[in-house]
Write a protein that binds this ligand. Structure first.
Ligand SMILES: CC(=O)SCCNC(=O)CCNC(=O)[C@H](O)C(C)(C)COP(=O)(O)OP(=O)(O)OC[C@H]1O[C@@H](n2cnc3c(N)ncnc32)[C@H](O)[C@@H]1OP(=O)(O)O
Ligand SMILES: O=CC(=O)O
Length: 536
């Protein structure tokens, strides 16, 4: 097999894209590319079945795994015992230093929802991780502010991109390589030994899994990679995000598949809502109210998080809470509200048995820590809370029609504005932004555009009169685009117009595309094709 680096070799990229690291990626690709494609085919087939009215259920063929009380996942690895606060964020240089210094126990170094996968972000992010581990990431910015790693830094857990994405910057036998394998493989190749030498390990968050078969693929990747690099099996640890409705029916099986490598499950709430709309959006019982009404206390969200904690603790695995999207503001009144909401969210998670939770911003680490400190007392986690009281059925997981709330004109406009502005930022190379005091990333933007599609599809009535029509959405889009482009130069205006077209393609069509990122990446992002390829 032959590889080709299509992306330009910017300064120091050769330290990441070494012949040996690329040979490792080629080995991963030759072993797993076909299985990845086959699993993506089964995703499409499953969605097609749901379109005919079938609903998911707990699997009869794996009932023996759920019924067997004897198995457990591996005990927590060094650096992953106490996970009361985890900060997430992209891997640019400044955010890397700020996240590692934030006081959180764990930093989720994100190549997924918080990163627009430009070639620069993908390879530059890997370089920043290497530099952080070598403690040579210190720098001074243009304002003269100095960034330097402190003595106490967070444990790094890398989130590679999901199985649905490819990386155009590296081709194997002329086709783009799996983005998951690139992000996983480059980090493991360069940083596993560095992490082990530092007393930690190569740890991952696995995004957007839909089934335990996808977890098995990851597990097989881990076993293969560890053999290839001479690492003992079980060195790698991975926390799986339960952020699809189908994975919620297979949580036990996912832990089981990964049991030698599992570091628990995380309740990825935003992608979960996106997945519910994506899979069942065409059915009237699944029409959701305004995005702001779909809180963690609505019945179907509560059911999934309670089942997650119970499942994890039965198997000795950490249960990690999700992301409250409120972020600190310089306006004291807004800030007070944001902190109160985050506190309430974290308190609910701690009370429910979660062992720790996510924050999106360093200014929220303290709130999350205070809540979990008070709940955990002197324990590092609460794996002893088995939640035997929880009884969740398939019907509970699917009780979307019990979600209170309304669809309003404000809710429609907010979704259009958020999706447009987020995609515009993403095309510009930024994968997470603050919009109207909320953190927005790929997952939250997916909800925004899918809700618009769903409401249009059903001609949903608006609480304030009228209903959601294509004319209404197009007129809002035109207004929001005009507001966004005002005062911009030609390049920035063209980018916003491209974002508007992506919104039209992914929210206003007959069918609901599975991800806005796949098509947008294929058409807009990635390496410069004019660059001279390197071969090996
Ligand atoms: C659904 C999911 O998947 S959730 C997980 C994926 N999403 C994320 O990870 C989002 C993470 N959060 C972020 O990216 C950012 O907080 C944003 C974009 C939402 C807001 O960032 P900003 O607009 O820079 O916020 P703000 O100006 O308040 O930041 C203050 C400082 O904190 C830093 N900061 C903010 N968030 C983070 C973070 N998550 N990690 C590290 N540093 C951060 C900023 O870099 C800035 O540093 P500086 O003072 O040295 O310049
Ligand atoms: O990835 C996390 C989510 O909430 O979505």
């Amino acid at each position: 097999m032959r590889y080709e680096i299509i992306g330009p070799l910017a300064d120091r990229f050769d330290e990441v894209l070494t012949p040996e690291a690329l040979a490792f990626l080629v080995a991963l690709d030759s072993e797993f590319a076909a299985r990845r494609v086959a699993l993506l085919d089964t995703r499409r087939a499953r969605r097609a079945r749901y379109a005919t009215g079938q609903l998911p259920d707990f699997l009869p063929e794996t009932a023996h795994i759920r019924a067997d009380p004897s198995w457990r996942v591996a005990p927590p690895a060094p650096g992953l015992v106490d996970r009361r606060v985890e900060i997430t964020g992209p891997t640019d240089r400044k955010m890397t230093v700020n996240a590692l210094n934030s006081g959180a126990r764990v930093w989720l170094a994100d190549f997924e929802d918080a990163t627009a996968p430009t070639w620069h972000n993908v390879i530059g992010g890997q370089l920043n991780l290497i530099d952080a581990l070598d403690r040579r990431i210190d720098f001074t910015d243009a304002r003269g502010k100095r960034y330097a790693l402190g003595d106490q830094v967070a444990t790094i857990v890398v989130r590679p991109r999901g199985w649905h994405l490819v990386e155009k910057g590296i081709a194997v036998d002329g086709r783009p390589i799996s983005a998951s394998l690139v992000d996983f493989g480059l980090y493991l190749y360069h940083c596993a030994r560095r992490q082990l030498d530092a007393g930690s390990g190569p740890y991952f968050y696995l995004p957007k899994l839909e089934t335990h078969r996808e977890a098995r693929l990851w597990n097989d990747v881990f076993v293969f990679a560890q053999h290839y690099l001479g690492l003992p099996v079980g060195t790698i640890r991975a926390t799986t995000l339960i952020e699809t409705i189908t994975a919620a029916f297979e949580m036990e099986e996912i832990l089981y598949e990964l049991r030698e490598h599992s570091a628990g499950l995380n309740a990825g709430r935003w992608d979960y809502i996106f997945s519910v709309i994506k899979n069942f959006g065409q059915w009237p019982d699944f029409v959701l109210p305004d995005r702001s009404d779909v809180t963690m206390t609505v019945p179907f969200m509560r059911a999934y998080t309670e089942l997650l904690v119970q499942t994890c603790h039965r198997r000795g695995a950490h249960a990690i809470g999700g992301m409250a999207a409120f972020i600190p503001s310089r306006d004291p009144a807004v800030n007070e509200t944001a902190l109160a909401r985050v506190r309430a969210d974290k308190q609910r998670e701690a009370d429910g048995g979660f062992d720790g939770s996510w924050v999106a911003h360093p200014g929220l680490v303290g709130v999350c820590r205070e809540v979990f400190d008070a709940t955990l007392d002197d324990r590092p986690h609460q794996l002893d809370r088995l939640r035997d009281d929880v009884q969740v059925t398939a019907a509970d997981l699917l009780a979307v029609d019990k979600t209170p709330g309304q669809v309003t004109a404000v809710g429609v406009r907010s979704n259009v504005a958020v999706a447009l502005r987020y995609v515009d930022a993403w095309l510009g190379g930024t994968g997470a932004v603050a919009l109207w005091n909320l953190m927005e990333d790929a997952a939250t933007a997916e909800i925004a555009r899918c809700q618009v599609w769903q409401w249009l599809h059903h001609g949903t009535p608006l609480a304030d009169g009228g209903c959601v029509t294509e004319d209404l959405v197009r007129s809002i889009l035109a207004e929001e685009l005009a507001a966004l482009t005002e005062g911009r130069d030609d390049t920035a205006r063209e980018r916003a117009e491209a974002a508007a077209r992506i919104f039209e393609d992914t929210a206003l069509g007959e069918d609901l595309p599975a991800f806005f990122t796949t098509d947008a990446y294929a058409r807009h992002l990635g390496p410069s094709h004019g660059a001279r390829p390197q071969q090996g």
